[in-house]
Design a protein around this ligand. Structure first.
Ligand code: 6PG
Length: 481
């Protein structure tokens, strides 16, 4: 078989199929392969007119149909399936060829695979791809990792098929080995936080105003014309306006209130714990999904746990809606600020040298969290690439600061009226925590020293100290005889 394809895609479920079509629509000759040939055949039959596809039944023919250095995109289920496809590919590839894993792989797996394939002289590029089926076809946000030299030939192709904002591709080299999949993981964590915050805003509007889904949908549509403009706010307005054909009720009112997850949010939280980065917004969002699915616990609690709340009737509707909007914006900035801290910490830990401003730039289009305010984040990192806290950038101190009174009113009202707002409340607590001159961690250190001789530092002099709590309570400095 003549090697004439510029790129290959194996794994033609909907994401792989759409990526292959996207490459073809951009003028690339695309080799296509799937474990069962039927999917390959149907891709060519249904979309063959969109570009130049080279279909192969066997993996060997597929590999042989791609020009060197080969670029092979694998789009299969994360985990064992990915390892199986890699094992099949390796003996067929040659030095300098590139395997691109475009699935939602866990970044430690990507690090392992990259190291293993390097031994074979192969490049392994773990690549985040966001935007769902639609994005894969019409322009996703793409987050490639791996060795920088692989980006030289691969990058231009990926940039070509990515979403564009103001003519700028939503794709850039992220960093070595697992950096691309790491950034995609944090993107998903932020996605969870964003979705939970929107859900809490919806609940507040529903319970505070007694508004219908359609009315709340109109509020979200209005919000989408301002600072909150984003894909998730836009689809929320759409979803809330939708009517269930069978019952004639608002669609959201017939959907069971149990949120599921495939696991990327859980990975983000686990990594936040590993790195010691307080990603409280993402964690609360992930646990809120877990709570919604805690069926026996909820059944044991509903109608049993006393609420001690009063009926809620909001006096000034417009003022309340504006308060919720401001609280949502502020909480959202906290979630992003925390996510960017996590990226910085991992970049340091793994030596990735990730440019956070560039990450905000490639999230402006194509991906699920695409939003107008990502421009503000890029600008903040342009002002200071080493910014220690996104919230402390001059734009955000103003934009969030102005909303603080509203944020406090909303969190207080939610607590008084028994509306669960874990992400709003924990984001405000983080805000107050990070800006506190003095936290009660002094007491925790004293307790740790009391029961475990874990030592403490003093505010008035350098050194490490311990008090003899069970004895005469004298203080010793570490190093004292
Ligand atoms: C994307 C999405 C995509 C998907 C996730 C989240 O960026 O295109 O994040 O990766 O929707 O799998 O799904 P869960 O909510 O099921 O974890």
């Amino acid at each position: 078989m003549a090697a004439r394809a510029q790129i290959g895609v194996t794994g033609l479920a909907v994401m792989g199929r759409n990526l292959a079509r996207n490459f073809a629509r951009h003028g690339y000759t695309v080799a296509v392969h799937n474990r069962s040939y039927a999917k390959t055949a149907s891709l060519v039959a249904d979309h063959g007119d969109e570009g130049d596809f080279v279909a192969s039944e066997s993996m060997a023919d597929f590999v042989a149909s791609i020009e060197r250095p080969r670029k092979v995109v694998i789009m299969v289920k994360a985990g064992a399936a990915t390892d199986a496809v890699i094992a099949e590919l390796v003996p067929l590839l040659e030095t300098g060829d590139i395997i691109i894993d475009a699935g939602n792989a866990h970044f430690p797996d990507t690090r392992r695979r990259e190291a293993e394939l390097k031994e074979h002289g192969l490049h392994f590029v773990g690549t985040g791809v966001s935007g769902g089926e639609e994005g894969a076809l019409n322009g996703p946000s793409i987050m490639p990792g791996g060795a920088p030299e692989s980006y030289v030939t691969l990058g231009p192709i990926l940039e070509d098929i990515s979403a564009k904002v103001d003519g700028v591709p939503c794709c850039t080299y992220v960093g070595p080995d697992g950096a691309g999949h790491f950034v995609k993981m944090v993107h998903n964590g932020i996605e969870y936080a964003d979705m939970q915050l929107i859900a809490e805003a919806y609940d507040l509007l529903k319970q505070g105003l007694g508004a219908t889904a359609a009315e709340i949908g109109e509020i979200f549509a209005e919000w989408n014309t301002g600072d909150l403009e984003s894909f998730l706010i836009e689809i929320t307005a759409d979803v809330l306006a939708h009517v269930d054909a069978e019952t004639g009720s608002a669609f959201v009112d017939v959907v069971l209130d149990r949120a599921e997850q495939k696991g990327t949010g859980r990975w983000t939280v686990q990594n936040g714990l590993d790195l010691g980065v307080p990603i409280t917004g993402i964690a609360e969002a992930t646990f809120a999904r877990a709570l919604s699915g805690s069926v026996p616990q909820r059944q044991a609690a509903v109608g049993v746990l006393p609420a001690h709340t009063e009926t809620w009737s909001v006096a000034d509707r417009d003022a309340f809606v504006e308060d919720v909007r401001l609280a949502l914006y502020a909480s959202k900035v906290v979630a992003y600020s925390q996510g960017f801290d996590q990226i910085a910490a991992a970049s340091e830990e793994f030596g990735w040298d990730i440019d956070r401003g560039a990450m905000a730039r490639i999230w402006r289009g194509g991906c699920i969290i695409r939003a107008r305010f990502l421009n503000r984040i890029t600008e903040a990192y342009e002002r200071d690439a080493q910014l220690p806290l996104l919230l402390s950038d001059e734009y955000f101190t103003g934009a969030v600061g102005n909303g603080v009174p509203a944020w406090r009113r909303i969190v207080a009202a939610a607590a008084l009226h028994g509306v669960p707002t874990p992400a709003f409340a924990s984001s405000l607590a983080y805000y107050d925590g990070v800006r506190a001159e003095r936290l009660p961690a002094n007491l925790i250190q004293a307790q740790r020293d009391f029961f475990g001789a874990h030592t403490y530092h003093r505010v008035d002099k350098a050194g490490v100290f311990h008090t003899e709590w069970t004895g005469d309570r004298t203080e010793t400095a570490e190093g004292d005889a």
